[in-house]
Ligand binder design. Structure first.
Ligand code: FAD
Length: 397
């Protein structure tokens, strides 16, 4: 398969590898593109239906902050310009909401005007899957659940969720991109010397929505990540393409449990987020809040990420982090970039690629995980401390 693939120059100098990716979420879909561009045969197996045909599922963040790590990966596969120019909404700083409803801005980068971008999860995932249709060497199999693995042989069993039929698959390389509760990682845990830790924090989250104004515009200044820091808990809002806002309330589960009636909920919002009530609307606030229960947040660390020259973990399967640093997807995208560099460096020799990935990647992902834990305290509390206001005053000076 040396030569051109749909206009892209494949760099492969030897026989293409047969790669199976488990998980067609953000990271698995991106990895499929990297490998397809390199000329390998890719089969992507995803538990859910094709996200391109289904509405947004509740319980996953609706939008995400895309930063430089993620942009670099999207650039490599030819999608950065589209996302930045056509879809992403720039967020140039944090806009802090005080209790009295007044706001102030802390720029992310006042010197060189860099910013992060709010992107829709479904949109980005669909775009990555759609892009993979351009490559004849990528197959997509939806409604296929990984149920059994023999990783050191590269053998996997999937079960179709519609017909219950079981399908045996074997591959030169298995890539576990199956998220925080990864089945591929579960199989790796039986390996000697496999380190693993998981931490659920005592806080959960619920997603609410500030709809677009009646004239179809944003109800708040659009180009910011809005934060209502309240010490022990916080609410944030990221802008959507349709001028609505996805609002996420992070709070201890015990506080959520106490809000068990509409009156208590409205009392809580009147006390802590009064300016948000007219934006969300009382009726919608009550409906959305009681439509589901708060979702938990887990951080997972593990290593090594690979088994021999046969299997490797990427994305949340390798390193799920709490969302407060906005780096989970971005770090997963960076995994794909780094793997691609190692494919080039080691001329597609899997033993060398996987070994180096495991040895060099874990320190950064452990650091991102720790920074993400710390940033919750920063966002919900420290961001309101005077030193930040001084810095803002200095910036304006
Ligand atoms: P996932 O998105 O979990 O995808 C895994 C896929 O594997 C899924 O499609 C799943 O169906 C499939 N799968 C699972 N099990 C099987 C199986 N047995 N067989 C077959 N398929 C299977 N990150 C950021 O960078 N910026 C942000 O602003 C940000 N905000 C966030 C806000 C919240 C509230 C949360 C919870 C997370 C946020 N993240 C953010 C993190 C981000 O969502 C994750 O890091 C990202 O989704 C990881 O992608 P992934 O493809 O590795 O895993």
């Amino acid at each position: 398969m040396n030569g051109k693939l749909n206009g892209y120059s494949a760099e492969l100098t030897k026989k293409p590898l047969d790669v199976v990716i488990v998980g067609g979420g953000l990271v698995g879909s991106l990895e499929a593109l990297y490998l397809a561009r390199r000329g390998h045969r890719v089969r992507l197996y995803e538990y859910r239906e094709d996200i391109r045909n289904t509405p947004q599922a509740r319980g996953r963040s609706i939008n995400l902050a895309l930063s430089v790590r993620g942009r670099r990966a999207l650039k490599d596969v030819g999608l950065e310009a589209h996302i930045i120019e056509k879809h992403g909404i720039p967020m140039t700083g944090r806009r802090i909401h005080r209790l009295d409803g007044s706001t102030y801005v802390i720029p992310y980068d006042a010197l060189s005007n860099q910013c992060i971008y709010s992107v829709g999860r479904n949109y980005l995932n669909s775009l990555l899957l759609q892009e993979s249709e351009k490559y004849t060497n990528v197959e997509r199999h939806f409604k296929h659940k990984l149920v059994d693995t023999y990783l050191s042989k590269g053998n996997l069993t999937f079960q179709r969720t519609d017909t219950a039929e079981k399908i045996q698959v074997s591959a030169d390389l298995v890539i576990g991109a199956d998220g925080a509760f990864s089945g591929v990682r579960k199989a790796m845990m039986k390996q000697p010397l496999f380190d693993y830790s998981q931490k659920y924090i005592e806080h959960g989250y619920i997603e609410l929505c500030i709809p677009a104004a009646e004239n179809g515009s944003f109800q708040m200044p659009a180009n910011y990540l809005h934060i209502w820091p309240r010490g022990e808990f916080m609410m944030i809002a990221l802008p959507n393409q349709d001028c609505s806002w996805t609002v996420t309330l992070f709070m201890p589960f015990t506080n959520f449990q106490n809000l068990d009636t509409p009156n208590k909920l409205l009392g809580f919002f009147n006390k802590n987020f009064p300016d948000s009530i007219p934006l969300i609307g009382e009726k919608k606030l009550i409906e959305d809040f009681f439509a589901g229960s708060p979702s938990p947040l887990v951080a997972i660390k593990c290593r090594p990420y690979h088994v021999e020259d046969k299997a490797v973990l990427i994305g949340d399967a390798a390193h799920a982090v709490v969302p407060f640093y906005g780096q989970g997807m971005n770090a997963g995208f960076e995994d794909c970039t780094l793997l691609n560099e190692l494919f080039q460096k080691h001329n597609d020799n899997l033993a060398d690629i996987l070994n180096e990935f495991s040895n060099t990647r874990w320190e950064d992902t452990y650091a991102i995980s720790d920074l993400a834990m710390y940033n919750y305290i920063e966002m919900r509390d420290l961001v309101t401390r005077p030193s930040y206001r001084l810095r803002k005053a200095f910036d304006e000076f």
